[in-house]
Design a protein around this ligand. Structure first.
Ligand SMILES: Cc1cc2nc3c(=O)[nH]c(=O)nc-3n(C[C@H](O)[C@H](O)[C@H](O)COP(=O)(O)OP(=O)(O)OC[C@H]3O[C@@H](n4cnc5c(N)ncnc54)[C@H](O)[C@@H]3O)c2cc1C
Length: 379
């Protein structure tokens, strides 16, 4: 009997896992002793980090998308048929169309989703760039913006740990280039008592904010937005007026996770080194959908995917474990429209952002293009 690998989710991590397994299990796929099947939601693959550049007119929309079937190894059948229920006892995945897929190994790669609907008034009163529609609306609003109070409001959990800082610095440069910076005040809100969850990044951001005249409001857990009076209020009782509100909306995991009782909020309890679902030996969890308390980022998902590729192929080929995930994350950080820095860290080494430079900004732009090779497993 062929060993069946089912991958639920055809985004960044699911695609990298599938393509990597195809390379490592070439003979098994040829002989038919292994099959890999992917279930997804769309025929298009979206490069989400590129959304950051849409509001500033710095990327074409067409650069963000590829045909998922072209990004994916041709040996993996891809079905646009979302998983509706995962049964880890029976080892099956039931789909929205009514089909059932049995598996020997399951890879859960369903990611996370923005939930502006959780905060009263947020959908009506706020802009965001975390999906294409939101990023387009923000671009249109920025075109006409003539100065005023700008609030960058951060909610947790959210994917891409540094995107809130990046958009704040990019807004500042955008207003300067537009000639409206002297009529604009930027205030950044953060839910805990510093500017960023990663302490060294928070310390690094303080002088950067001071240098650019960016204000902050910490311990700001968003309670509601009033689109009529243009105010945002925190659970802590602070109300800020705004002319432009840019939010990083709160996130949850996907419905199939909660519907399958696999994890509260859609986050699957995952062992941080093996990336196995807690208590399981045949369900791997990768990317944003894990509950591991590290950054939800594409790079996290990529390094996790590489670990799963090695372990799953080693288990199938030799019946042994290959290696553990060490918590590695690497993120470029835009510090304006023409400068950037980067952070890398793992479970034992904290991040240490360096001085921004134009060179690092160019590296990030180059990576945005190289992503498509990376997703195919060629980089
Ligand atoms: C604006 C923005 C900027 C970012 N910038 C960066 C950055 O600079 N650096 C960085 O490292 N990361 C960045 N990220 C984060 C990065 O994009 C995510 O962390 C990464 O995509 C997570 O990969 P994933 O595979 O877990 O989830 P995704 O890539 O989101 O893939 C999950 C897939 O599962 C599918 N799915 C959901 N439910 C089901 C179901 N029931 N059945 C089948 N399929 C399903 C989804 O449709 C999706 O295709 C950014 C994200 C955004 C939004």
């Amino acid at each position: 009997m062929a060993k069946k690998i089912v991958i639920v989710g055809g985004g960044l991590s699911g695609t990298i896992v599938a393509n990597g397994l195809c390379r490592q299990l070439r003979e098994e796929l040829s002989s038919g002793s292994v099959t890999i099947t992917m279930l997804g939601t769309s025929d298009k693959h979206l490069y989400q980090p590129g959304l950051l550049y849409i509001p500033f007119g710095r990327i074409r929309e067409s650069e963000l998308f590829r045909d998922q079937r072209k990004v994916l190894d041709r040996r993996v059948p891809y079905f646009i048929d979302p998983a509706a229920h995962i049964d880890v006892e029976k080892k099956t995945v039931a789909t929205k169309s009514g089909k059932t897929y049995a598996y020997d190994f399951l890879v859960v790669a369903t990611g996370s989703r923005i939930r502006p609907d959780i905060i009263p008034g947020m959908e009506e009163g706020a802009h965001w760039f975390y999906d294409l529609d939101g990023a387009r609306k923000m671009r249109d609003t920025l075109q006409g913006f003539q100065g005023g109070k700008v609030v960058v409001n951060v909610n947790a959990p959210h994917k891409c740990p540094v995107a809130p800082l990046e958009v704040t610095f990019m807004l500042r440069d955008f207003f300067a280039a537009k000639g409206v910076l002297d009529k604009t005040e930027i205030t950044y809100t953060y839910p805990i008592g510093r500017l960023h969850a990663l302490e060294p990044v928070a310390h690094w951001a303080v002088p950067e904010f001071e240098k650019h005249g960016i204000k902050s409001e910490i311990f700001f857990n968003t309670k509601s937005v009033d689109a009529g009076s243009k105010t945002i209020t925190s659970e802590e009782g602070v109300t800020l007026p705004y002319d432009l509100l840019v939010t990083i909306p709160p996130h949850t995991g996907h419905q199939v996770i909660t519907d399958s009782d696999l994890g509260k909020g859609g986050w699957v309890p995952t062992e941080r080194n093996t990336l196995l679902r807690e208590g399981s030996s045949d369900v791997f969890v990768v990317g944003d959908t894990t509950n591991i308390p590290i950054s939800k980022a594409g790079s996290t998902a990529h390094f996790e995917a590489d670990t799963i590729i090695d372990n799953l192929s080693s288990l199938i080929k030799e019946g042994r474990w290959a290696r553990n995930y060490d918590g590695k994350v690497f993120c470029f950080v835009e510090t304006g429209l023409n400068s950037g820095t980067y952070v890398w860290f793992n479970y034992t080494t904290p991040p240490n952002p360096g001085p921004p430079s134009q060179m690092i900004h160019w590296f990030k732009l180059a990576y945005n293009r190289l992503y498509w090779l990376s997703a195919r497993g060629l980089l």
